[in-house]
Each structure stands twice: as C-alpha cells, then as structure tokens.
Design a protein around this ligand. Sequence first.
Ligand SMILES: C[S@@+](CC[C@H](N)C(=O)[O-])C[C@H]1O[C@@H](n2cnc3c(N)ncnc32)[C@H](O)[C@@H]1O
Length: 326
Amino acid sequence: MRPSLPVCGGPSSRAWLTRQFNDPYVKARLTQSPSALSPATRFRSRSAFKLVEMDAHYKLIHPGRTKTVIDLGAAPGGWSQVVSAKLGGFRNLGLERDERDEKKALDGSGWGIASPGHPSTELWSSSEPSIKTEDEDTPDVSQTKPTIIALDLLRILPIPGVQTLQTDFLLPAAEPLILGLLPDYQTKADLILCDMAANSSGNPTRDTEASYTIAQSVFDFATRHLKTCAPGAADGGSLVMKYFVSPSTHAFRNTHLKKSFRHVYHVKPDSSRSESNEAFWVCKYFLGAPRSPKKTEGGSPSSPQPEMSRKGKRLSSPPKLPIPTD
Ligand SMILES: C[S@@+](CC[C@H](N)C(=O)[O-])C[C@H]1O[C@@H](n2cnc3c(N)ncnc32)[C@H](O)[C@@H]1O
C-alpha cells in the first residue's frame, strides 16, 4: 500500500521522505523495468514484495494446482498481481489502464454490479472482461482458469484474471458476496491471504482490539472455506495472515492456528519495515475446523490468555521475482 505523503514539511515529513528514498523495496517497485518487468507490470504496492518473499520461501502458489485464491484487504492490489502473474502467467499485471476500464471504474457502468440492499457494498466483477481481453497474452498454464478474488473497502482497479469486490469484510454481507464469485458453493479455497489492517486510531488498546477482530474473523472465515487436508496428504489449503505483535498474538496462534494447521510459521519478511510491528502467520495444510473448546471448571470456554509475544522471524535470503519477463 502506498503511504500518503505527510501534509506539512516538518521534520517528520523529511524523515518520511528520507525513508522512502532509501527504501530498497520502494526503489525496486518503481524501477521494475525493463529487466524484470515492463513498465506496465509494476507492482502497485511495496507490500507485493512481502508475498513474493513468503511464496518463494514457503511455496504457497502452485501454477496448475492452486485453483482458488481469496485475497482479503487487497487494495491497491499488489498481492493479487503476484498471484495473477504466477497462476495465469499474465504479463500485464493490470497497470496498463485501458480508458474503457477507467471509465467503468469511475462511473460504475459495464460490469460493475452494485450489490442490492447494501448501498455501501459495491461488487466489481472484473473477471469476465479481464480474462477475455488478456487471453491472447496468456500462456495456457492449466486447463481450468484459477479463481482469484480480491476484496477491500477501497476500490481495486482491474487486474487481469482477478475478480474484485469492494466491501467491508467484517460485514455479514461480505461472505455471501465472496461465495457468489466462486465457481460453485462447494468450492474450497487453496489459499486465503490477508494483509488487512484497520486504520490506526492512535489508541493502542483500540488498535489491538481492531486487529484481533480482523484476525478472528479471517480465521473463522478460513475454517469455513479452506480446503481440508486429506489424511496423510499434503494438499490442504494455506492461510497467510498479517498480525500486529501484541500481548495476545502468541495465545491466538496457539489456541486457533496451531490446532487447525499442520504447520504455522511466524514470519517477518525482509521487505517488512523493521520499525513496524507487523508480522505474518504462514499456516500450511488446513486440518479442518477446530473442535469447540471444552468448558473449563468455571464453566466458561478457555479463552486466549495474554502472553508475551514474539516477532516473526526474518526470511533468510530475498528471493527472485517470479514474474515472467516480456
Ligand atoms: C496494507 S493494505 C493491503 C495491501 C495489499 N496487500 C497490496 O499488496 O496492495 C491493507 C488494506 O486493508 C484494507 N482493509 C482494512 N480493513 C478492512 C475491512 N474491514 N474490509 C476490507 N478491507 C479492509 C484497507 O482498505 C487496505 O487497503
């Protein structure tokens, strides 16, 4: 996500500019051409590099095998670009803005569908036109086209092969909208991504609560919609979820994630700024929804107890970009 420029020119804005100019990932995002990517295929966000790193290390996206991906908190679309590029081999990552697409994005005409009954919810199903217009450009990676769904509060401009939804994930209406974009209601996701972050309120307690609410909702969603691992097999779905280190994160990992996935890693990609307390959980091989917690002596279900938490570990070597060159 591109941070906005500070409004005044004081010391904090100078510090921000210095950090931006010296940040190798900001430079890489802006100069991904022509050797790695054409100007039309630049990532929309610096965040894209975090997924590139995690994918290279944990092998999350498999062309031909990964069929369904749901990207939550996806705007402006860097992570979805990475998924689209790797699964579909799309060379144009959606940055060449066709005038027609711009017009549709602005006036809501064409294939934008306003979701009835939810005025604040707007569905942008870009799959049809994006997939069709990019066909000539697209190597045939597999017989079945992958389903990639990207959701955000903010509008996401079209990305080839990606269906986008503009809605609040925390609303009950979001889930049926996502399910409506799957090939059918039985389809389970191979990969659920969440880089969602609530706006900072400046109040640490409130911010921790907001990030806990997101983590809990994403986990619950994943337990309903991730592909379950067959016994003894290594084919269950994966979940990648951002978290902000707080006293309750370690407990969340133990009481939720570790009971539902064969492997849970906590990761701090090199491209994640060290001064940020964000980190990611990479959870592989979904084992199925956890059983509801047993009642304790006192009669209440055991709830996560605040514990000291750890920051995710740094990935060792920055990987190469898995994007096809022109
Ligand atoms: C760090 S940005 C995501 C960057 C993205 N992964 C990329 O590579 O471009 C976090 C996003 O989470 C979104 N977000 C926060 N709360 C949300 C919610 N309740 N529902 C949907 N999106 C949300 C924000 O609008 C923001 O665009």
